[in-house]
Design a protein around this ligand. Structure first.
Ligand SMILES: [Zn+2]
Ligand SMILES: [Zn+2]
Length: 254
């Protein structure tokens, strides 16, 4: 079973109810954070998810609303009060991750480098399909139609799958990656009338869910106009399966 907790269903817009991007995936043995935007550590505490339990931080891309809590997380790995996490943990993302990490160290110093070589970093191909297995989760990646580098991910565990679009525009890669997926968590930045290149509107998310034959569609990554629109109805014009409008602290299981 995969347990998914949406911690941030929002974007770059500061918003009391929709935190910037981040979600937690838990199996019995592994806890993974997919993206870690500003405020995600606080949302983790609200959800009673101990930051020390995080085994993998998986990043879709390097926009600040998706990665700004990585540095405080690393700092806490050394200096949070109380017993430290002893086991190694991983930072995984597209090629460019090493450059991002080096820039963080330049800005924040050695204080954020986890002691005793606990941090394992892994770059995935930014231009083609890639795959890595960590503990009991297989992570498949494919380039997204957003900034370069940006990745979409499919996570597989015990025959179940969750596909996470990350930020993207319409993407044949993503349709392929999400094929027959149990849960398709798809960005939906703006309503149809406000289509913006590099992001999706509900009908586009719905079309990709239908073409991928996804079992269930979760819409997330909402700019404020989405809260004045029935985004589920817009997506339902294209996808007849179950559609969920994400909110912070939404918990799903597959
Ligand atoms: Zn974003
Ligand atoms: Zn972005």
């Amino acid at each position: 079973m995969l347990k998914i907790t949406i911690l941030g269903s929002g974007t770059a817009t500061p918003d009391l109810h929709r935190n910037a991007s981040g979600l937690i995936i838990q199996t019995g043995a592994t806890t993974m954070s997919v993206d870690m935007g500003p405020g995600i550590l606080r949302r983790m505490c609200e959800a009673s998810i101990d930051p020390k339990s995080i085994d993998i931080i998986l990043l879709t891309h390097f926009h600040a609303d998706h990665v700004s809590d990585v540095a405080p997380f690393l700092f806490a790995s050394n200096y949070a009060y109380g017993p430290m996490r002893i086991d190694p943990f991983r930072l995984v993302g597209p090629r460019g991750l090493e450059q991002f990490f080096a820039a963080l160290v330049l800005a924040y110093g050695h204080w954020i480098v986890p002691s005793n070589d606990r941090l394992i970093r892994h770059e995935l191909d930014a231009d083609g399909e890639d795959e890595i297995s960590v503990s009991d989760i297989v992570i498949r990646s494919i380039p997204a139609a957003h900034t370069h580098p940006s990745l979409s991910y499919r996570l597989e565990h015990e025959g179940m799958s969750v596909t996470i679009s990350g930020d993207t525009d319409v993407s044949e890669n993503l349709v392929k990656l999400a094929s027959d997926t149990d849960l398709f968590i798809c960005e939906c930045s703006l309503p149809g009338r406000l289509k913006t290149p590099g992001h999706l509107v509900p009908a586009e998310a719905g079309t990709m869910a239908r073409r991928a034959n996804a079992k269930k569609l979760v819409l997330t990554h909402f700019y404020p106009p989405c809260d004045e629109t029935d985004v589920v109805q817009e997506a339902a014009a294209e996808f007849t399966g179950e559609i969920v409008r994400a909110h912070d602290h939404l918990v799903l299981e597959v």
